[in-house]
Design a protein around this ligand. Structure first.
Ligand code: ZN
Length: 276
């Protein structure tokens, strides 16, 4: 079984504005500052709870010079966070599946939803997928990933696997999305460890899904694949976690051992930020 969400990763715009919004406005902890391991000229920021627990993590690649994107089909169109009552604005947008919620945008334009869902600390609540044809995605979620139907409201259908909740909205006439700043890159689901991840990898291959090898993300290990509508999914291990390279995570730029020899040139190219 998937144990719930691990993280959601999106493209941000300006790195300082991204830091300020998630730390100060949403009250999340910066649990790691590092770079995109595949493109070390770009930051990778991880926000979450005090321990960086899987299920609380939102991560960003700031991309100040991003070309224009296009919202469309095959895209995660919004990310919902479960929050405590005191985090919610007075005026709610309404209720969805009997939970009060409120919509806002981050500085890059990413659509966020705050949901009052009986949560003490902020954590991932759900993601919404826009799909030109919801049927194959729903079939994939249930037949392969172990989700079950959890309700319908208007055109919106809800699917659940433990703590992971996916809503699907049909977008039959939309063009295919083109990702840019303010858009989600992928969603990751949790497994306890390497053995469970390898079982999932074998199962996906059995179902004819093209899945990557296991990739070392330093703080967890990952496999990636696409659901039938084109949204990128990841399955990530809980460990080793964010305390592997620093005792007080998030304070200083961390690089994996293979990038450490080029730290100076990497830091010279990154725009300076401060944790004010
Ligand atoms: Zn990821």
């Amino acid at each position: 079984m998937l144990l719930g969400f691990h993280h959601v990763t999106a493209f941000a715009g300006d790195p300082q504005r991204n830091l300020d919004f998630y730390r100060r406005s949403l009250g999340l902890r910066l649990i790691k500052q590092t770079v995109n391991f595949d493109d070390p000229a770009t930051y990778h920021f991880y926000f979450g709870d005090a321990r960086g627990a899987p299920g609380t993590l939102l991560t960003f690649f700031p991309w100040p010079t991003a070309p224009a994107g296009r919202a469309g089909a095959g895209q995660i169109s919004s990310v919902a966070l479960a929050v405590a009552r005191e985090s919610l604005p007075d005026r709610m947008a309404g209720t969805r599946f009997n939970e009060p919620w409120f919509q806002l945008c981050d500085p890059a334009g990413l659509a966020l939803e705050l949901v009052l869902a009986g949560s003490a600390a902020t954590r991932l609540h759900s993601v919404t997928l826009r799909e030109s044809d919801p049927e194959p995605t729903a079939e994939f979620l249930t037949a392969v990933l172990g989700f079950h139907a959890a309700g319908r409201e208007g055109e919106r259908t809800r699917w659940r696997a433990n703590g992971a909740v996916i809503d699907i909205l049909p977008a039959p006439d939309a063009e295919r999305a083109k990702l840019s700043a303010g858009m989600v890159h992928h969603v990751a689901f949790r497994v306890s460890g390497d053995a469970a991840q390898l079982e999932w990898r074998a199962k996906l291959i059995d179902h004819g899904v093209r899945v990557t090898r296991v990739i070392d993300r330093r703080y967890f290990r990952s496999i990636y694949f696409r659901e039938p509508g084109g949204v990128l999914f990841e399955i990530a291990t809980d460990g080793p976690g964010f305390f592997i390279d620093e005792a007080d995570p998030g304070r200083a730029l961390q690089l994996p051992p293979w990038l450490e020899p080029t730290r100076e040139s990497i830091q010279r190219r990154l725009p300076p930020v401060n944790l004010r």
